[in-house]
Design a protein around this ligand. Structure first.
Ligand SMILES: Cc1cc2nc3c(=O)[nH]c(=O)nc-3n(C[C@H](O)[C@H](O)[C@H](O)COP(=O)(O)O)c2cc1C
Length: 383
């Protein structure tokens, strides 16, 4: 009999606990939403998590998946022609009704035509990458009604970009995958977040878990941008061998490109070390020697060095040539341990951030209780 009553009551108690857990999660989500409210507002999405544009990887499927999961997907236009970009925007629109953006490289010879394509398709957000954009480019985007997001490598640049009309700034540290600057994410965040309050700032580079997202939000960021973590999403079209290389790699395997001689500058790129990385160093040595012997001019030598990686990202991402191509990856590659759906990756990041908030609440409640039990014990602020 007793057993019968217990069995009948058990599901109700379970239900109550589940509903308590849901109420608690909603309460914590409200706190997270408060922290990234400006980021959500400027992007127009639920979670201020941008999927950083990755050439060849961030195409319709991954971009739509990120936006459908509540984040903000960004198409990487790379070296696309205006016609290709137009088709990619159409295809992405067919896969999601949520907002997404387009990343344009400022050095692209047809930048203004690409901006025009975004305007024709009423793209709501354009991210300008690859150097300080011209005011003409920023003006053209703003005329179309879209928001402009720009990368800033320092506080001075960030202020200049805001004066030019940037609606949000992305700061990306050297832990990131792909082309990188010299300063780490943590230092850039300290340099810029306390001082740049006019527009929302998104932090990128080396973010692999939700705890880090929360930490940057609490430092004043309005959102974050992640690239590496999304490469092995089910929806990413990256070649299975490219994904396997990410899954096998540790943080230390994602290294910045080596420059042998400052007279022959190398564009810094962070990628997984492979056979091509070694060949690149050997090639630089050969070129520098030939230049010293007068067989090549400095300009010719520089061109050969720059040409080395041409088409290399496509070779690895699309063709799966993981020894001959470029395996651009950030140090957060160490957090990529398996293929997951995009929704699962985003859910995991959010849950990790919420877990920190939950643990903090428990700690605060314990402190309150102990002050009631032991009057005169120090208040949290005194500790
Ligand atoms: C394979 C790969 C390709 C990338 N291509 C681009 C690109 O075309 N344009 C761009 O602005 N950033 C590019 N990035 C940088 C990402 O957009 C993002 O800012 C960066 O990955 C964030 O750092 P994380 O890798 O540590 O998450 C690329 C990154 C990777 C890993």
């Amino acid at each position: 009999m007793t057993e019968g009553i217990g069995a009948a009551q058990f599901p109700r108690a379970e239900l109550r606990r589940a509903s308590d857990r849901e109420t608690e999660r909603q309460h914590l989500r409200a706190e997270l939403d408060r922290l990234w409210a400006r980021g959500r507002d400027v992007l127009g999405c639920d979670l201020a998590i941008m999927g950083g544009a990755m050439t060849w990887v961030s195409e319709r499927n991954l971009v739509a998946a990120i936006s459908n999961a509540g984040g903000f997907g960004v198409i990487a236009s790379g070296s696309m022609s205006p016609q290709l970009l137009s088709a990619e925007i159409d295809a992405t629109t067919a896969l999601t009704r949520r907002p997404f953006g387009v990343n344009l490289i400022t050095l692209h010879p047809q930048l203004l035509e690409l901006i025009e394509v975004c305007a024709e398709h009423r793209v709501g957000h354009v991210v300008l990458a690859g150097g300080l954009p011209s005011s003409a480019a920023v003006r053209a985007i703003k005329r179309s009604g879209a928001r402009v997001l720009c990368f800033a490598p320092s506080l001075g640049f960030a202020r200049k970009l805001v004066r030019m009309g940037a609606d949000a700034i992305v700061i990306e540290g050297s832990e990131a995958g792909g082309h990188i600057g010299p300063v780490s994410t943590g230092v850039l965040a300290q340099e810029i977040l306390p001082h740049l309050t006019e527009v929302p700032v998104f932090v990128a580079g080396g973010i692999g878990r939700g705890e880090a997202i929360l930490a940057y939000l609490e430092m004043g960021a309005s959102g974050v941008q992640l690239g590496t973590r999304f490469v092995c999403a089910h929806e990413s079209i990256a070649h299975p061998r490219f994904k396997q290389a990410f899954i096998r790699a540790a943080a230390r395997d994602a290294v910045a490109s080596v420059q042998l001689d400052p007279r022959f500058p190398v564009i810094p790129v962070r990628a997984l070390a492979n056979a091509a990385t070694e060949r690149f160093v050997a090639m630089q040595r050969r070129i520098i020697d030939r230049c010293a012997r007068g067989e090549l001019s400095q300009g010719e030598a520089q061109l050969e060095i720059e040409h080395f990686w041409a088409g290399a990202l496509r070779r690895s991402v699309i063709d799966g040539d993981i020894e001959g191509g470029s395996l651009m990856a950030g140090q957060s590659v160490g957090f990529v341990t398996r293929e997951q759906s995009t929704a699962e990756i985003i859910e995991e990041l959010v849950s990790q951030a919420l877990a920190v908030l939950a643990a903090r609440e428990v700690m605060q409640q314990r402190q309150l209780v102990s002050r009631e039990i032991l009057p005169g014990s120090p208040a949290p602020a005194d500790v």
